[in-house]
Design a binder for this molecule. Structure first.
Ligand SMILES: NC(=O)c1ccc[n+]([C@@H]2O[C@H](COP(=O)([O-])OP(=O)(O)OC[C@H]3O[C@@H](n4cnc5c(N)ncnc54)[C@H](OP(=O)(O)O)[C@@H]3O)[C@@H](O)[C@H]2O)c1
Length: 250
C-alpha cells in the first residue's frame, strides 16, 4: 500500500540578532554578518529601523528604555528561527544633556540615570528576554558591547563617571547572567566586548586624543569583534574581551 509521507519541514533558520542596528558599530556588524552564510536571517533592531534592508535582514523596533518593545522583539525573534547570536551594539556616551564628567562637581543625577538606563539596564532587559531564546544544545553567543573604561582595575585616568560606572555595571550583569546561563543553556556563552576606539558618532568629540592609526573604521572593528566571538568557548563566558581577543580585567 502506498503511504503518504508527511511533508518534511525545513530545519528552522539560525538567526543572528543585532540590537542597535542603525548605530555606527551595529550597522557595520549587520553588514559583516550579511556575508556569513551560517545565519539564515539577521534581525536588526533599532529605534529607527532602516527603511531599505538587504535580503536576509528583518528590521524590528526596540527602544531600550521601553521593556515592552524588547519583549515584543523577543517574541518576534522566536518566530523567525533558532537564535544563535545576539549582539547588543547600543550605547550612550554623550548627548545634548549629558557630557562625560571631568571632575566630581560635574556629576549630575540625571546624566547618571540616563547612562545607566541605556548602557546597563537596557542590555540587562535584552538579556532578560533574549537569553531564554538561546538553544539548550549547540553553541550560541550573547555579546554586549561594553568598553575598556568599564574596567575597575584598569581605571588610571579617572573621570567619565557616568559612562565608566554604567559599563562596569554592565560587566557585572554579564558575569552574573553567565552563571545562570550555565544551568539554563550549558553551551551558551555570554560576554562583554570592547571594540577599540571606533570612528562613530559616539567617539567623534573625543577622537582628537587618539593616536594615529588607533582609530578603527566601524567595518574594521566589526570584523575584529566577529572574529573574537567565533573564537569564544564556554570557559570564556562572563568575561570581557577586547577587539584583539585579549581579556580585559574586571
Ligand atoms: N565608538 C567607540 O569608540 C566605542 C569605544 C568603546 C565602546 N563603544 C561602545 O560600542 C557600542 C556602539 O557604539 P557606537 O560607537 O556604534 O555608537 P553610535 O554610533 O552612537 O551607536 C549607538 C547606538 O545606540 C542606540 N541607542 C541609544 N539609546 C538607545 C535606546 N534608548 N534604545 C535603543 N537604541 C539606543 C542608538 O540608536 P539611535 O540610532 O536610534 O540613536 C545607536 O544606534 C556602545 O555600547 C559604545 O559604548 C564604542
Amino acid at each position: 500500500m502506498h503511504t503518504v509521507q508527511p511533508p518534511i519541514s525545513p530545519p528552522p533558520e539560525d538567526v543572528a540578532v543585532v540590537v542597535g542596528a542603525t548605530g555606527g558599530l551595529g550597522s557595520a556588524l549587520l553588514a559583516e554578518l550579511g556575508r556569513d552564510s551560517r545565519y539564515g536571517l539577521l534581525f536588526g533592531l533599532s529605534r529607527t529601523p532602516p527603511s531599505a534592508t538587504a535580503g536576509r535582514v528583518v528590521p524590528g523596533y526596540v527602544d531600550l528604555t521601553d521593556e515592552a518593545s524588547i519583549e515584543a522583539a523577543a517574541v518576534q525573534a522566536r518566530s523567525l528561527g533558532t537564535v544563535r547570536l545576539v549582539i547588543v551594539a547600543t550605547g550612550l556616551l554623550h548627548d545634548d544633556a549629558a557630557r562625560p564628567e571631568r571632575q566630581l562637581e560635574e556629576l549630575r543625577p540625571e546624566a547618571l540615570m540616563k547612562l545607566f538606563a541605556v548602557n546597563s539596564i537596557g542590555p540587562a532587559l535584552v538579556a532578560k528576554h533574549f537569553l531564554p531564546l538561546l538553544p539548550r544544545h549547540g553553541r550560541s553567543v550573547f555579546a554586549s558591547i561594553s568598553a575598556r573604561v568599564g574596567s575597575i582595575e584598569d581605571n588610571r585616568l579617572g573621570g567619565w563617571y557616568s559612562y565608566r560606572t554604567s559599563k562596569a555595571a554592565l560587566n557585572m550583569l554579564l558575569k552574573t547572567f553567565s552563571i545562570e546561563l550555565k544551568r539554563r543553556a550549558p553551551s551558551a556563552i555570554c560576554v562583554g566586548l570592547h571594540p577599540g576606539t571606533v570612528d562613530t558618532a559616539l567617539s567623534k568629540p573625543f577622537q582628537g586624543r587618539v593616536a594615529p592609526g588607533k582609530l578603527f573604521s566601524p567595518a574594521q572593528s566589526a570584523v575584529h569583534l566577529l572574529r573574537v566571538i567565533d573564537g569564544l568557548t564556554t570557559a570564556d563566558s562572563g568575561a570581557v574581551f577586547a577587539w584583539d581577543g585579549s581579556r580585559i580585567p574586571g
